[in-house]
Unconditional design. Structure first.
Length: 472
């Protein structure tokens, strides 16, 4: 008897979430970010991604195979209408023909025809549950494919969001880099003027030129990375890279809050855990089928119909025929085939069981990692905010001193550059926090309700009529 596995879980998380909890439910997690363009890209991915379509195709195949297995539970009836016509030419030789068969011609033309319409009935009684176990296994495997498709859907939507926020992080970096480039160009102009006036020996001018060119090279590399992320995003939504050109936009500084439930609820949310459990159920049903192979099989056959050499008799039902029969088969010697089949089924089940436990442990690890990253990155962000505030204050004081003539413009530009560099560091951490938030969403199963609107096309197979969803 199969029972769903019980997994020991901790009472709380090692790294509890510091984010505010919410009672709202979101079938589509990207709605949390309140970004219309992101929502549009996600919807395009749901309808255009070919990897997701192949996952749905696998679901259709598994369901069809379950239908094939179900058909074996019922009798098979076949109709076979037939018409046979034959001719034979006979020639007799010898004198005895005239004595034995006077009046018989030397040559005869013989023809024969037969009309038949038999109805054949066959049914193998499932006395030991062999065919029913196979049907159970196919149903549970189809359900596993459904959960695999949901897992594919979760990965797809998280990848779309990840690429999108990578692009927005680079857009923010480009904006800051271009501001710094403007400051360096101003500084270079001042150094050229001072060099032309004989106030500099050329060393500071060369250093200023190098700093500007290095920054311009960094801008080009950032643009290169942005194009790669954009191309990857195009593939995810099912279009060619040529067709996708996202306008530049800055990364929002407001992150959504993600509610984190108790560890025990994770087992009910993640589609990969559900897939592993359904695979276990499928393999367990195959053990029952292997056991049933030890017992005899009983088949019933029957038939009825009409057969006649004259069409008029055929239509008048004068040539009625019928037959019934039974067939009992018991294997006496199979050189260990049934035993090996049973051992293979048990080993396959234990493999699925161990895989399930590994998936569960990996799920807990992924949640803990995401919570840890978010917690540490939040603290890191607070430190960088303080650093940015100090740099901005320094730039403000330098501007005041410059306006009063206490420092030159180059000193003022240097303080402005430091403030922008601090802002770049903060933007990098913000981008990392977006990625960690997505990792947490993915680790938690992607939504805060069991039914997922984005996967409404994957309607779960109904439970078996003779059993609940958990097999027995």
């Amino acid at each position: 008897r199969y029972t769903p596995p019980s997994q020991t879980t901790s009472v709380r998380w090692k790294n509890p979430s510091t984010l505010a909890s919410t009672t709202s439910t979101f079938d589509n997690f990207w709605e949390l970010f309140e970004d219309p363009l992101l929502s549009e890209l996600e919807n395009k991915a749901l309808s255009g991604n070919y990897s997701y379509k192949t996952a749905l195709d696998r679901v259709a195949v598994a369901r069809a195979l379950a239908g094939v297995a179900k058909s074996a539970l019922y009798p098979h009836i076949s109709l076979n209408a037939g018409y046979d016509y034959s001719q034979e030419f006979v020639k007799f030789h010898g004198d005895k023909r005239k004595t034995l068969f006077p009046g018989l011609k030397d040559k005869l033309h013989i023809w024969e025809q037969d009309y038949s319409f038999p109805n054949i009935f066959t049914y193998e009684l499932d006395l030991w549950g062999k065919r029913r176990s196979l049907y159970k296994s196919s149903i549970y495997q189809a359900q596993a494919e459904e959960d695999r498709a949901r897992s594919m859907l979760l990965t797809l939507t998280c990848d779309v969001a990840s690429q999108y926020f990578n692009i927005r992080t680079l857009d923010t970096q480009l904006d800051l880099l271009e501001q710094i480039a403007g400051l360096l160009q101003t500084a270079l102009h001042l150094h050229r003027h001072r060099f032309a006036s004989g106030l500099d020996n050329g060393l500071q001018l060369a250093s200023s030129e190098k700093a500007l060119k290095d920054l311009e090279a960094e801008i080009e590399d950032t643009l290169r990375q942005r194009t790669l992320f954009e191309n990857a995003l195009a593939t995810l939504i099912g279009v060619s890279p040529y067709e996708l050109n996202l306008p530049r936009a800055l990364l929002s500084r407001i992150l959504p809050s993600i509610p984190v439930d108790l560890p025990s609820t994770l087992l009910k949310k993640r589609p990969d855990i559900a897939e592993a459990e359904r695979t276990m159920a499928s393999r367990h049903a195959l053990i029952n089928m292997a056991y049933a192979s030890y017992f005899p099989s009983l088949s019933l056959t029957g038939g009825g119909g009409i057969s006649s050499v004259q069409l008029q008799d055929f239509l008048n039902f004068k040539g009625y025929l019928w037959q019934v029969g039974a067939n009992l088969v018991q294997t006496i010697f199979d050189a260990g085939r049934n035993r090996s089949g049973l051992n293979a089924a048990k080993a396959s089940f234990h493999y699925a069981e161990d895989s399930y436990k590994q998936v569960v442990l990996t799920a807990f690890q992924e949640v803990e990692n995401a919570l840890n990253n978010l917690s540490q990155q939040e603290k890191q962000g607070e430190k960088l905010k303080q650093s940015l505030q100090a740099a901005q204050k320094s730039a403000y004081l330098a501007e005041m001193r410059y306006q009063r003539g206490l420092v030159d413009k180059l000193s003022f530009i240097q303080h402005q550059k430091q403030a922008l560099q601090s802002e770049r560091s903060l933007a990098n951490v913000l981008g990392s926090r977006y990625q960690s938030t997505l990792n947490l969403i993915k680790a938690l199963g992607g939504s805060w309700s069991r039914s997922t609107a984005a996967s409404s096309e994957i309607k779960r197979l109904p439970p078996l009529t003779y059993n609940k969803r958990s097999p027995s």
